[in-house]
Design a protein around this ligand. Sequence first.
Ligand code: HPA
Length: 274
Amino acid sequence: MSDLMKKLNETVSFIKKEFNGEEAGIGIILGSGLGNFIQEVTIEKEISYANIPHFPVSTVKGHSGKLVLGTINGKKILAMSGRFHFYEGYTAQQVVYPVRVMKLLGVHTVMLSNAAGSVNANHKVGDMMIINDHISFFTPNPLVGKNEEELGPRFPDMSEPYSKELITKAIAIAQRENIELKQGVYVGVTGPTFETRAEYQLIKSIGGDVVGMSTVQESIVAVHCGMKVFAMSIVTDLGIRDEENTITHEEVLQAAKEAEPKFTLIFKELIREI
Ligand code: HPA
């Protein structure tokens, strides 16, 4: 058995013991400024990342992160409160380690969220966008290296990384709730710099609608191991605009926070229907 599989098995058997064998079918990873979603969850058990064998060790003081098992709208979910970003210095394989753990714990569907900058002229700050495709060429592919045949194929098909069925369900929910949802292409970048004006133009010209520093590596690994993926961006800033073009992390967090109630509603209702 490979070193990775050995580690994954150790992590998974530790978590299973902590969860007393309880399983969840839906995995959730929350983006910047969207962490309050966890308050909607009836928590059954939470484990600090620091206590989970082989989990990446958090680089941010006081932000160790937690794996949460709980119930929402009658469904068992497994949520990562705090995700790992490539810009923090983790390898691509470390970033996606928890996604693989989710799969081995019985998760069949992952729901991802993020804050993103938009280069689409029809977007405004606070918009929500269903990710219907992505471009990941700017970040290291987490599947580079020896392929784990137990997890998935060497050359995974990526023609539909984001489940059409879940997108259709989310659109119906949004219509019912009178919430506007955009759809588009997410371009993954490493960060931590926000983009230059020329870079935002490049992202637009290659077919991107929004750009962000997470999600694509997680999606790739989820598809590789056969999970369904649903992902949504909150537009927290506009990359292409006439006026002065500065962006701060605080502005991103504030915009995400303002959109959070709408985001939470869509995620909660979608969980009910999965
Ligand atoms: N660029 C990259 N990542 C981001 C942005 C952005 O403009 N906004 C939020 N995350």
